[in-house]
Design a protein around this ligand. Structure first.
Ligand code: CDP
Ligand code: MG
Length: 709
């Protein structure tokens, strides 16, 4: 982005502020020519943007908003996407001295990292400051803010983490919870938490913002907080349904794109699909179809958009193009990001959603039908610049009868172990009476408490243990945190740090369609006989040995950006380790226990994620007895009797991904409380474990010990 040029170079002395006449007019209309935050004169670009900003719908209600906020502690603001909520409201509040005081500090949460980063860059540009200084952002493992920061965009999860160190969030004068309708897990927890905080912070102001939310429900929950509505600038959107249900929504979406290209007047197209792979594939197919059409449709640019796409690539969707633009996106274009110029929306009616089954403790992402609220939101994207059209690739009957009214809150479909650990650390002990907007199922709560108890983070009375205290300081899932915290006992904390970092970033292996064989060969060089965790360790070591060289990464089909991120994550985790005097150590590489120790440490965190090979060539997960298969991406060339796995993936088949060979005797030594056979379902694994326990007893009697801890 060019924003930095604008903010870094104020006009030189002697040159009148604002060289273009429009900007000069805007400058004249504004009493201020000096930036009150930096003391520097505003750049011409500032006035240029200011002019556009003033036309955003929320500007009409600026005074009313500030007045209402003065009289109330909580305010609910609902306004169409693109009306200026996310970028403008925090600035209004900053400018109003009564909220800001001498040392103003405003937080604005976003459910998505991408949104926090991109919007903060935009606002830094609007305020004519350098990103990371007065305006910053904070997302997990990346803090781009400083002591100067007065406005911080951060993910909802990060605000929750900040509360761990600052329970009353005293550094903030105003907290804005944006995209509240998305009802993410962290946002829901923040709702309850902030209600508590408000009791002790009469000076704190809270704004709940959204594009569409169940106003009554929210007002009821926030004790009658006033509701403000910002009318959008929506042009009419004509909605079309299919006559018959579509067999394959991707095929149908591509066909619809082609129809629009051929028969509809100019205008950009937004297609909603569910995930990276599907989107990349669809982009390729659309590009091919366009080639087949020859010159008859004019210039067309096809652009993917999803959260793991590098920021520079994401930025491309905002660039003007000659001819038409087709953006193929996940849900992030539904509310978080506004793409101006979209006239046609194609909505197949699906998105990837997290689901959790507490009975078998499986959390997975599943392609599921969207809600009516989502469908409405998607069609709204079409009417931003002029009248638009939305093509719903399902029948009208299906819309009315099959789609639920609102998206189910994430808290009702998630594993809550991490959340409960955070709440415990925040001193909230009575979880049953915690004021959740939608309380999670008792079974889900029980499961989470049970998991934390097995991990040793909670004692039998559900009190946080010392281990639990330390675990909660790591921005990681409890299993990962446990594994890391106990790794010094296995003399391999350096290696476990690396593995944890590698597990905390996206997949590092590139596998471009046109070079799959070469990519697989490159990956094979790193593969470790014991499994995928050690393979990740090998990749990281090779990366460091090659001095983090991007061309080495390129030649070996390794995503350089991902490895760089892993390195950064590792550094941050190392700092937390140091804070708690957790020793950094390694077993000597030529010691035969080197890999054994690492595998045992993996088990110390993941003993609940183990599967046993059954005769027929599949695996059963321990205790829950779910039938699973090793994911095709595994580097294991054989089927070990026992494997520890990082992830359960539900697709056409149930897979376990990122797996490592472990030994039965380690299970009963490292986690005897979990592998207590008195509450074990009968299965092959149980028989094997019984034998292992017996032989352990025998060995103990004769004074021989297992190699395991
Ligand atoms: O939050 P809400 O959807 O109400 O709108 P916003 O994110 O504050 O964006 C308001 C307007 O600012 C958009 O309609 C865009 O015209 C503009 N904007 C932009 O040009 N570039 C960005 N990165 C973000 C917003
Ligand atoms: Mg917004």
């Amino acid at each position: 982005m060019s924003s930095d040029d604008a903010s870094a170079t104020p006009p030189s002395a002697g040159e009148p502020n604002g060289s273009s006449s429009a900007a000069a007019a805007a400058a004249a209309a504004s009493p201020e020519t000096k930036n009150r935050w930096t003391g520097r004169p505003y750049s011409p670009r500032y006035f240029e943007i200011l002019e556009k900003r003033r036309t955003l719908p929320v500007w009409q209600q600026k005074e009313e908003l500030l007045e209402t906020l003065k009289a109330n502690q909580i305010l609910i603001l609902v306004g169409e996407t693109g009306s200026g909520k996310t970028t403008q409201i925090p600035q209004f509040v900053l400018e109003a001295n009564e909220f800001a005081g001498k040392r103003p500090m405003v937080a604005c949460t976003q459910p998505r990292r991408v949104a926090a980063m991109s919007v903060s860059r935009r606002v830094a540009e609007e305020m004519n400051v350098t990103i990371g200084e007065e305006v910053g952002y904070s997302i997990r493992f990346e803090d781009c803010s400083s002591h100067k920061t007065i406005l911080k965009y951060l993910t909802d999860g990060m605000l929750l983490r900040e509360a761990l160190a600052d329970p009353l969030l005293e550094r903030y004068k105003v907290i804005i919870l944006d995209e509240a309708h998305e009802r993410t897990l962290a946002t829901d927890v923040l709702f309850g938490l902030l209600k508590e905080v408000l009791k002790n912070r009469p000076d704190l102001k809270i704004i709940i913002m959204s594009a569409t939310l169940e106003a009554e429900k929210f007002q009821g929950y926030f004790s009658g907080a006033p509701l403000m509505r910002v009318p959008g600038r929506l042009y009419p959107v004509e909605i079309f349904y299919t006559q018959k249900p579509e067999k394959d929504y991707v095929v149908a979406a591509i066909r619809t794109v082609v129809q629009i290209l051929i028969s509809e007047p100019p205008g950009d197209i937004l297609v909603f699909l569910t995930g990276e792979e599907e989107i990349e594939d669809a982009c390729r197919k659309i590009t091919k179809e366009i080639k087949n059409l020859g010159g008859q449709v004019g210039p067309v640019k096809v652009l993917p958009l999803y959260s793991t796409l590098p920021p520079l690539m994401q930025q491309k969707i905002f660039d003007p193009v000659p001819g038409r633009k087709i953006v193929v996106s996940t849900n992030i274009a539904e509310t978080s990001l506004t793409i101006d110029g979209i006239v046609y929306v194609i909505d197949p009616g699906f998105s990837k959603q997290k689901i959790y089954n507490p009975r078998v403790r499986v959390e997975s992402l599943l392609v599921s039908p969207i809600s009516k609220a989502s469908a409405h939101q998607r069609s709204g994207r079409a009417g931003r610049t002029r009248a638009g059209k939305c093509f719903r690739l399902y029948t009208e009957k299906s819309f009315h009868t099959d789609l639920v009214p609102q998206t189910y809150p994430e808290i009702l479909r998630s594993n809550l172990a991490n959340t409960i650990l955070t709440l415990k650390k925040l001193g909230i002990d009575d979880l049953v009476h915690f004021d959740f907007m939608d309380p999670p199922a008792p079974e889900t709560l029980m499961r989470a408490l049970e998991v934390l108890n097995y991990l040793g983070a909670l004692d039998d009375e559900c009190n946080l243990t010392q281990l639990g205290e330390i675990m909660s300081e790591f921005p990681l899932d409890p299993q990962l945190a446990k594994m890391l915290v106990v790794s010094p006992q296995f003399n391999c904390s350096n290696e476990i740090l690396t593995i944890t970092a590698m597990l905390s970033v996206p997949n590092c292996f590139l596998r471009p369609r046109e070079a799959q064989k070469a990519a697989d060969e490159a990956k094979a060089q790193f593969s470790h006989i014991d499994g995928d965790h050690l393979t990740l360790l090998n990749v990281y070591h090779a990366y460091k040995q090659n001095n983090a060289d991007p061309s080495w990464c390129y030649e070996n089909f390794i995503n350089h950006r991902v490895l760089k991120a892993a390195d950064n994550v590792r550094e941050q985790l190392t700092r937390i380790m140091a804070r708690f005097n957790l020793k950094l150590c390694s077993t000597r590489l030529n010691n035969r226990e080197y890999c054994v120790n690492i595998r045992k440490a993996l088990l110390a965190g993941y003993f609940m994620q183990v599967a046993h090979r059954e005769g027929a060539g599949h695996y059963l997960t321990v205790k829950d007895n779910q039938m699973v298969h090793l994911h095709p991406s595994t580097c294991l060339s054989y089927m070990p009797e026992w494997v520890v796995y990082n992830e359960y993936v539900l697709t056409s088949k149930d897979y376990i991904r990122t797996v490592t060979d472990v030994r039965g005797e380690w299970l009963i030594n490292i986690a005897p409380h979990y592998y207590d056979l008195s509450n074990f379902p009968s299965c092959e694994a149980k028989c094997v474990l019984e034998r292992l326990y017996k032989s352990k007893e025998g060995n103990n009697r004769t004074g021989r010990f297992f190699t395991g801890k």
